[in-house]
Design a protein around this ligand. Sequence first.
Ligand SMILES: [Zn+2]
Length: 404
Amino acid sequence: MVLAWPLDSSGAHDTERDKTIYSNEVERGRALRYSRIQEWLVLIEWAWSLLINIIALATGLSARLRTWAARIAPWRRDAVLPYATVVTILSFIASLPLSYCRGFVVEHCFELSNQTFRAWFGDQLKGLGVSLAIGVPLLQGAYWVIRRWPEWWWAILSALTAPFSVLMSALAPVLLLPLFNKFEPLHNRALAERIKALAAREGVHVADVLQMDMSRQTKKANAAFTGLGKTKRIVLGDTLLKEFSEDEVEVVIAHELGHQVHGDIWKLVALSAPVSVVSLSAAHYLAPPLITRFGARWGLDTEQGVADVAALPLLALIGGAALLVVMPILHALSRNFIEHPADRYALDLTGKRTAFISAMEKLGRMNLSNPQPSTLVKYLLYSHPPLQERINFARSYTSRKADR
Ligand SMILES: [Zn+2]
């Protein structure tokens, strides 16, 4: 739900009109290099995780780990808990070199990071802690369902995805995000009051507007709408607040307010169920024939089939491949039905076209956004319209209010 994420960027066209984000070719070239490197590293990370799953399966490593886990399991020789714990830690270690390269080295090369290695590694360890605390019990529960309902587990787990997403959306802003950053009410009270008044005139009760110390990690700017019910909030990075004018901050808040007014968190929750159906049903239907054919060679228990936790890398491979097919569809829905309407809402609410455009340009420069994402990159990675498209839209749009 963020306004821009690291791969957000500007338009695919290369006309003079489109070159507004970067004032000169040096700046533009630097942004292009940065985003190309990041895009490649994302793709390499995907390929690497596929490869790790294949290796774990084909070398029999997963089977040996399960046999060991069953031996030390706390109850009824159920291997899931110790297996999932060790696999989570091993995956963390295996992905560390690439995370280090993408999240630390490249960020420092382009002078975007504010973190020492120690601070960066600390954040990684916290992330591992969260995966262990949430992911491992979740897997234990999932295997209980798989064994209890061998024919319908995929449907039951898919149905449980929506309530789980609701729970996570509601809890993340108060339980998870504060582990990494500090959240405080907007320091600029006058601005907060102005936004409240603006929203009240539209009959909207604005969620809490908070600021977070994003500068702990990065020089990049960002904003987001998160939470559900009582945890609903608009969050602005201190990096953004430092560089943006009050009018620019206002349009950014108005964009996030658009997400609140349109109930976009609920749209995302609603989308999570069909996504699970696709990936889990793919695993349910494709894994058994593969286990029958290759299971013995991989050391899997062919009697148990998918209920053998040693087959987890196979389920991850199939589910991951299915997600790869679904992701471009999800991103297209997000760009067209979540993010674009929030931009239109921001322009309608504030009537500040000039501030909207300069905010997008600043966001692009601060985040070294790609000035020319290819169509393929846009479809694979972009949950938001590229910045140049957003700017071009603002230029052509006649909002409900007179432009200021
Ligand atoms: Zn947004």
